[in-house]
Design a protein around this ligand. Sequence first.
Ligand code: SF4
Ligand code: SF4
Length: 453
Amino acid sequence: MGMKIKIIKKFFLIIFIFLFTNIFVLSEEIYFEKFVSSYILVNNQPKYYYLTYENKQITGFFIESIEWTDEKIKGYAGNINLQIYFSLDGKIKNIKVIEQYETKKYAKDVFEEKYLSQYYNKDNKSQFILGEDIKAISGATISCNAVNEIIYQCVNNVHKYIIGKKIIKKDFSLRISKIEILKTLTLYILFFMSIYGFLYNLKILRYITMCITIVFLGIMYKGGLSFGHIQNFLYLNFTSISNIFIWSLFMLVIITTLIFGRLYCGWLCPFGAVIELLFDLKRYIEKRYKKTLGKEIEFEIIEDKKIVKSLRKYESFYRYIKFFLIIIILISPSLILIEPFQYIFYITQTEIKFVIYLLLILIICIIFVRLWCRYLCPLGAFLGLFSKISFLNLQILQEHCFRCEICKTICPTNAIIEKNNKLQILNTECILCNKCRQNCGPQNIKIVKKLQH
Ligand code: SF4
Ligand code: SF4
C-alpha cells in the first residue's frame, strides 16, 4: 500500500516537473528588427508604417498590427503581432507573423500561409465574418477570432489614417454567420436538456447529454469552455469571447453555475464526460469479468481501496491544488496548456509530449474516478467558487439520513463530507451528477434554495 501511495505521489511530481520545465519552452517567439520608414500621429501617438519599394518605385507599405488595433487583442496564450502588407490602394497583399504565443497546433493552422492567404486582396469593404467570408478553424476559435479581429481593425485603421478613405462601419450583428446562430441554438438546447435532467433526476438523459456534448462541444468544437476564456475575460480581453457561440457558452456556464452550481461539470464538460464514461466502462468490464471468471481481475486491484481511502484522508489538502493552479495560470498564462481538453479532441495534431501527458491524465482518471476534476482542473475550481454562492443546491435531509454513507461512497468527486457528525454536500465540489439522489432516494437528498439552510 505504501508503495502504491509513493507511485501516486511520483505521478503528481512528474506532472508538476513536466509543467514547470515546459513553461519556458512552450512559447514560440519570432522577433522583427524595427526600422522607421514613415509615421502618422493618431491621438498624439505615432503609428508607424513602412514603405515597400521595387525598382525605386513605392509599391505599397506594411504595418505592425500591434500598433494599429484599437485595443490590445490577445490570443489563447498572449499577444499576437502580425506584419500586414498593403498595396497602395489598401488591399492586403501579404501577412507575416512576427510574434505569437499560441500552442504549436494552433500556430500550425492559424498562422500558416494557407490560412492567412484567405485575407489577401481584402480591404475595408470586406466583412471579415468568421464562418462566412473568412473560414474558421474549429478548435482554434480563440486564435481565429483574435487574428480576424486584429486584421479587421488594422485594415479599417489603415484606410482611415493612411489611405484616407471613409471607413465603412460594420454593424456587429452583421458579423454573425448563420452557422454560428445554428451552433448557438444547439448549445441552448443542450443546456436546457441538462437543466431538465438535473431537476427531474433523469439518469438516462444525463448519459445522452454527456454523449452529445462529447460529439458537439468536444469533437466538433474542440473542447468546450476553457479556463483560458475565463482568464481572458478577467484580463478584459474580450476578443476571445467576442464570437456569439463562445460568448453564449461562457454566459450559460456562469449563469447556470450561479443558479444550480457546477452543472457544466456534471453534464456538459466534454472532457469530464469522457473521463467519467471511461471510468464507467472500466467498472462495467470489471463486473463482466467477475461474472464470467468468478474472481476479481486486475482493474479492481489497481483501484486499491486503501489508496482511495488515503486519497480521501488528504482530500481537503489535494482539492486545493486546483485553486493554486488558478493563481499560477493567472500569473503565467502559458501554463493554461496544462488543460488536457485541447489535446484530447485534437489528438492527431498534438505534440508527442502532450499526448503522453494526456495519456497519464486519462489513465489516472480511469483508475480513480474524476481525479482531474477533483484535484487539478482550474476551470472546475473557478466554477466551484461560483457554486459557493449558487441560488440552489443539493442538501442531505438530516432527519432522513441513516448514516449508511452510500452517497459518500458513490460520489465521484468526494463532495460529501462529515461535519459536526452530519453528512454534508460541499457545493464547491459537487458536480450535480445526481448519483447520490439516485442511490439514496430523491426524498432524502433534495434540491433546496440556499436560504433554506
Ligand atoms: S472539473 Fe474541469 S474537466 Fe472536470 S468537468 Fe469540470 S470543467 Fe470539466
Ligand atoms: S454530492 Fe451527489 S450530486 Fe454532487 S457530485 Fe456527489 S454524488 Fe453527484
